[in-house]
Design a protein around this ligand. Structure first.
Ligand code: 13P
Ligand code: SF4
Length: 327
């Protein structure tokens, strides 16, 4: 990479180029705080795909991971989509390939395939309808009760959706995100013991989701202050909460927005302070400037795959975000 300016000069360079190029900068809540502060729009996967679909900007710079930038390109094929570092992958998206999904489908003819957006374009092309943590339960409810469902790739989100919808004819792929799966029941026990009056917010991809809800059922955690919420749902909850402490079980980057949106009276505490996604953190202001300067980092999706994948993503967007995962 050619030598880049530092500090304010770097930020000024980004501002200047984004205007010249008519670029919109989209950032996921798991990005570092400095990237979130630079972005035109910060959101969860669903909100970012909605923005990518409707933006009028010529260039979309995606500060997130590869599958998210691919989704933006699928939704806006005529636009240039730039990802500042193509090594920004996703362990969850890597947990199922298109070939594995085809094989699974062959064993369940007639089943409806629901895939989390955390999948490659090739997996989306084999999918009937995508979902995110915000709308997964609504997506499953939209499918006629007599149709079998193949849900992939996240086993913890799948188990949560099955729990809230009561759907019995749903098969769940055994994939996981290494960051969320690593937030364990023992982390919850330790943090709840240290902060007994805290409100508890848990992302449904977490390895601790089922045990948190079991603890609520057993009366060991307070039902009125324990919630399984999507990323967007957590952001809304942070703006409204009046609790003095909130324990947050998800990727650490979200704490930046939770703290910014809250009036300041609440202390947001990670359930596990090692829950950082190394892929999300690969995007830096210096790489963002480099992408804007050089146009390197373009994301392309094979048009035939993109066309099939687009149907699955658009079917999801049509369902919207009524529940925000707050179930
Ligand atoms: P959501 O934005 O859908 O909650 O996704 C969480 C995630 O792990 C993104 O990588
Ligand atoms: Fe993928 Fe997990 Fe990182 Fe999200 S947090 S990008 S699901 S590895």
């Amino acid at each position: 990479m050619a030598e880049l300016p530092q500090g304010q000069a770097l930020l000024d360079g980004i501002q200047k180029l984004r205007k010249e190029l008519d670029a919109v900068i989209l950032a996921h809540y798991y990005q570092d705080g400095d990237i979130q502060d630079l972005a035109d729009f910060v959101g969860d996967s669903l909100q970012l795909s909605q923005q990518a679909a409707k933006t009028k900007a010529k260039v979309i710079v995606f500060c997130g991971v590869h599958f998210m930038a691919e989704t933006a390109k699928i939704l806006s094929p005529g636009k240039t989509v730039l990802l500042p570092d193509h090594a920004a992958g996703c362990s969850l998206a890597d947990s199922i390939t298109a070939g594995q999904l085809r094989e699974w489908k062959a064993g369940h003819p007639g089943a409806v395939v629901v895939s989390y957006v955390n999948t490659t374009a090739a997996v989306k092309a084999e999918t009937d309808i995508c979902c995110t943590s915000s709308n997964a339960a609504d997506v499953v409810r939209s499918i006629p009760a007599d149709r079998e469902i193949l849900f992939c790739p996240d086993q913890f989100l799948g188990a949560h959706v099955q729990r809230v919808t009561g759907r019995s004819n749903m098969h769940i792929w055994a994939g996981e995100c290494h960051v969320h799966a690593g937030i364990s029941p023992s982390d919850v026990r330790a943090q709840v013991a240290a902060h007994p009056d805290a409100e508890i917010l848990v992302h449904p991809e977490c390895g601790c989701t089922t045990s948190v809800l079991d603890l609520v059922s057993a009366g060991d955690l307070p039902a009125e202050r324990t919630r399984v919420l999507s990323t967007g749902g957590m952001v809304e909850a942070a703006a409204r909460t009046t609790s003095s402490e909130v324990l947050v079980a998800t990727e650490l980057g979200i704490l930046h927005q939770l703290r910014a949106l809250n009036g300041g009276g609440t202390r947001f505490i990670p359930m596990n302070d090692r829950a950082a996604c190394r892929y999300m953190k690969m995007i830096t202001p210096a790489k963002l400037l480099h992408t804007l300067r050089t146009g390197e980092g373009g994301v392309d999706v094979d048009p035939a795959i993109a066309e099939r994948a687009r149907r699955a993503v658009e079917a999801m967007i049509a369902i919207g975000e009524p529940g925000r995962g707050g179930e």
